[in-house]
Design a protein around this ligand. Sequence first.
Ligand code: CNA
Length: 244
Amino acid sequence: MSNDLVARCSELILQSKNTVVLTGAGISTNAGIPDFRGPQGLYTSRLYDAEKIFDIAYFLKDPKPFYEFAHDFIALESTIKPTVTHNALAALEGAGKIHAVITQNIDGLHQKAGSQKVLDMHGNFLKSHCLKCRKAFDYRELKSMVLQHVIPHCSCRGIIKPDIVFFGEDVKYYHQSLELAQSADLFFVIGTSCVVYPAASLPQFVPGKIVIINNSKVELNMYNVALEIESDMDVFFNKLMDTL
Ligand code: CNA
């Protein structure tokens, strides 16, 4: 990793009046949560059947694959800590250098790190609802059922689903996310392969400069990409925070 890239990125942050960040599953791999399309991703390892677990049509037919994944995810949750990059983004927000984080992640690690303005477009596990009567359940109730390998059902016999967005459902906070992208003079694209829409479309609306940080090539092909940093993001953010 060249010191020049670190210096140029810190210069962009210092000059910016409105920095917005988009993150994807890659920001949490160093916390021990596999992504989808990275080298150890769920689509590569086939640890779970990723095409089934987050598909709403499949969930309505058979929720078991999702709840097998949810069991392992929830069992890990209390032990998982934010990464260097989550902590750096929270510190930069605290210092007034980042306006908001838009994330596709469902793991709550930005909030755990202390980021205040987080738009989780794909939702999170904190609340769940019965798909039949819409009764709400909190995380504690969901967790106790899932950890006992029980597929959670409501007293009305409807299936309970966490408020995370599955393929085939509308994302959350799209309009706010779009407005943030449209007003950014600096926009970071961190740890996302930029293939899941509509989050992947947000960079197209950015009038300012774009910085991509990813350990593999991301095909954005946009005139306003100012920096492409092909590296492990925690290595990069450690150096960046030392420089700033
Ligand atoms: P993705 O398609 O798996 O892309 C992740 C990208 O990050 C890949 O290009 C990786 O090469 C890159 N990457 C992985 N680790 C690092 C690292 N340490 N440093 C730099 N780059 C790295 O994931 P997207 O977020 O683009 O796809 C969107 C899906 C994935 C959303 O629906 C998420 O909800 C879903 N997802 C979320 C989580 C989570 O909440 N942690 C985990 C797995 C999947």
